[in-house]
Design a protein around this ligand. Structure first.
Ligand SMILES: [Zn+2]
Length: 113
């Protein structure tokens, strides 16, 4: 699958995205879903509906539609990132198990410091 170039991103979105030169993340600078649980994801009004920025970009980039029960997982772990190359469709339970495993790993990492 060819990478979707940042220069193809619609100007209204690109104006609110900061490209991270080290990791290639497209960091959303606009509104987010807040700081709580499920927070930190970019939000934008697109096609008249407020929705997750990474899903909007996923569609604009021409990636395949998500199947029922699928979510886009951020392989870079940066929730505000909307680079389609960093996103991977994943069924929710696995996504949640991964998140749980990562939290456990982070907790253990904290505990040994
Ligand atoms: Zn990223």
């Amino acid at each position: 699958m060819s990478a979707y170039p940042f220069s193809n991103l619609p100007a209204r979105l690109a104006a609110l995205v900061l490209v991270c030169p080290e990791r290639g993340c497209w960091i959303w600078q606009g509104a987010t879903s807040g700081r709580g649980r499920g927070g930190g994801y970019g939000r934008v009004k697109w096609d008249g509906v407020t929705q997750a920025v990474h899903k909007v970009v996923w569609r604009i980039a021409g990636r395949r539609p998500l199947r029922r029960g699928e979510q886009l997982d951020h392989e870079c772990r940066v929730r505000a990132c909307c680079n389609p190359a960093h996103l991977k469709p994943m069924y929710q339970p696995k996504n949640m198990r991964l998140a749980y495993a990562r939290r456990r790993a982070a907790f253990r990492a904290e505990a040994v410091q």
